[in-house]
Design a protein around this ligand. Structure first.
Ligand code: HEM
Length: 180
């Protein structure tokens, strides 16, 4: 998993729960990286699982909710780090439609060792999109937060529902309908 995900995760933890919590989860985690990340480095996905598990214990919030909150935070971080990647889109549905074929393709060029999910589009209209998230990492609540924030980014809003197709969260269908 790319370092930018770790650096932004720790920033989110700091802004929501304070620097003491950042220190506490790193101390509790016994990580190969010692909790020191650079945005272009690559680290074991397991480190993220450990950090999330310890955050869940310390702040007593479900991991799913923490991932969702992180998704909201991460969309803005990615947009700031790589404005050129999202600049060409003028609608949230247009952006979501392009994750698989454009955005993450570009991301893979920027970070050749990025491990990205896939999004299979099932249906799309001007105001709705249905797609299936697939990833061995099962971070669909992170995707959920990213999708919600994408609408906010365009000063829009949406009803986002999801159906877990595989129990371990590695395949999840999203149905997204833009609000008037
Ligand atoms: C990783 C979804 C837009 C860059 C991920 C992951 C998810 C995701 C769920 C976690 C990995 C996994 O689940 O296997 C989305 C969604 C987006 C979006 C739903 C739009 C709403 C973007 C944009 C950028 C970006 C705009 C860059 C400007 C990345 C990067 C990673 C990532 C760098 C980390 C890859 C790694 O750790 O190896 N994306 N993404 N994504 N995405 Fe996206």
């Amino acid at each position: 998993m790319k370092g930018i995900v770790f650096t932004e995760f720790l920033e989110m933890v700091e802004s929501e729960f304070g620097l003491e919590t950042v220190d506490a989860i790193i101390e509790a985690s016994d990580l190969p990286s010692d909790g020191i990340y650079t945005s272009v480095g690559t680290y074991e996905f397991n480190e993220m699982v450990t950090l999330l598990t310890n955050l869940n214990k310390i702040v007593d919030k479900p991991i799913e909710d923490l991932l969702y909150a992180f998704g909201l935070y991460l969309f803005s971080s990615l947009g700031k780090a790589h404005p050129e990647v999202i600049q060409s889109y003028n609608s949230p549905i247009g952006l979501l439609y392009s994750i698989e074929d454009h955005i993450h393709v570009h991301v893979q060029k920027l970070y050749p060792d990025a491990e990205l999910p896939t999004f299979k589009i099932l249906e799309k209209t001007d105001t709705s999109i249905s797609m299936v998230y697939s990833s061995s990492r099962g971070l669909y609540r992170l995707a959920h937060g990213l999708i919600e924030k994408c609408f906010e980014h365009f000063n829009a809003s949406a009803q986002v529902s999801f159906e877990v197709l595989k129990e371990d969260g590695t395949e999840v269908r999203f149905d997204v309908v833009q609000s008037a």
